[in-house]
Design a protein around this ligand. Structure first.
Ligand SMILES: Nc1nc2c(ncn2[C@@H]2O[C@H](COP(=O)(O)OP(=O)(O)O)[C@@H](O)[C@H]2O)c(=O)[nH]1
Ligand SMILES: [Mg+2]
Length: 310
């Protein structure tokens, strides 16, 4: 076995922990990383009103205070500050295990991946994901893999590893809990090598609360995945909107046709509306086809650039 595998060197790794009011769990998480041999631990805090920052500092972490609010905003800002070549991202709520760091980091340290996603969904410990959250998670993952044609199981995971070279290529703009989806989609778009590894997901410790609102944030995540499809899968994006227009035109058309067939009643304004709906729907399809051609040319250009860089 190579020496690096027995005693890994984590000097070049930044453990990045976004926090908002996690005073219960942040200390133990940081201490566990220090015991595992990690030296650079950076807490990106979202203006916690409890003792999170003091406890993190006392445990031995560096502190970065984000501007504004939201996990996405915090990550976008702090990614630019990181000097180490590798980043290990983990939530500060104690739901992920620091002891699994080596399996999450492994593929990036070995140069096999630019982005590793810890897949929680194979080993969710009792109560860690409520039935509703589990269902939402599965639907979002299915929606994602349909649009982006990438086989990933857990795109909302909060335990990940990146190379800094990979992360700086991503254009990130979402402020809140859409950030995991955005990071994943941007990685796909930029052609980063993504690998999923199985990890454990534990329930939050009793008395602490998630800041995620299942419906509000779930909807924001779905809209982000859909919005980003505009350039990644234009046929899906424009086709879906076009189908909506077309289907509306068809339904109203059925009504107008039946009225005319049975009663000989004309609906002139409605007929004009139907024609407009169907034409707009069809045009959106054409935009989708054109968009697909542009997207595939863009992909070819990007992979050519990648080849040139090597
Ligand atoms: N910096 C920062 N961190 C946040 C913010 N909101 C949540 N977090 C942290 O992001 C991580 C994930 O949030 P959490 O509420 O556990 O969401 P869940 O894991 O999806 O239920 C936790 O470590 C939170 O403390 C924020 O506005 N700013
Ligand atoms: Mg959490």
């Amino acid at each position: 076995m190579a020496r690096a595998e027995i005693c890994p060197n984590y000097k070049n790794v930044c453990v990045l922990i976004p926090t908002l009011n996690e005073e219960e769990s942040i200390g133990p998480v940081i201490r566990e990383f220090l015991e595992l041999g990690f030296e650079n631990i950076l807490v990106a805090d979202g203006h916690s009103s409890d003792g999170t920052v003091a406890k993190a500092r006392a445990a031995g972490a560096q502190i970065f205070i984000q501007s504004g609010s939201g996990k996405g905003q915090a990550l976008k800002e702090v990614f630019e500050e990181i000097q180490e070549d590798y980043i290990l991202l983990i939530d500060g709520d104690g739901t992920y295990l620091p002891s699994e760091a080596s399996s999450v980091l492994g593929p990036v340290l070995q140069g096999k991946a630019d982005h590793v996603v810890g897949n929680r969904l194979g080993n969710v410990q009792g109560g860690a994901l409520k039935r509703l959250n589990m269902f939402g998670n599965r639907m979002i993952n299915l929606f994602f893999s349909t649009i982006y044609r990438v086989r990933l199981t857990d795109i909302l995971s909060g335990y990940r590893a990146f190379t800094r070279d990979g992360i700086v290529q991503l254009d990130l703009s979402t402020p809140g809990f859409e950030i995991e989806s955005e990071i994943t989609i941007e990685s796909v778009k930029k052609g980063l090598r993504i690998i999923e590894v199985p990890i454990t997901y534990r329930p939050r410790s009793a008395g602490t609360k998630t800041k995620l609102h299942p419906f509000r944030d779930g909807l924001k995540i779905i809209l982000t995945i859909f919005r980003m499809a505009k350039t990644a899968n234009p046929m899906f994006f424009f086709g879906l909107i076009g189908s909506f227009f077309g289907a509306l035109g068809f339904l109203i058309g059925m009504y107008v046709a039946l009225d005319w067939l049975y009663w000989r009643i004309d609906h002139i304004p409605l007929t004009i509306l139907i024609a407009i709906l169907i034409i707009v729907g069809f045009q959106l399809f054409l935009i989708g086809i054109q968009g697909d051609m542009m997207a595939s040319m863009h992909r070819e250009l990007i992979s050519e650039l990648h080849r040139k860089k090597k």
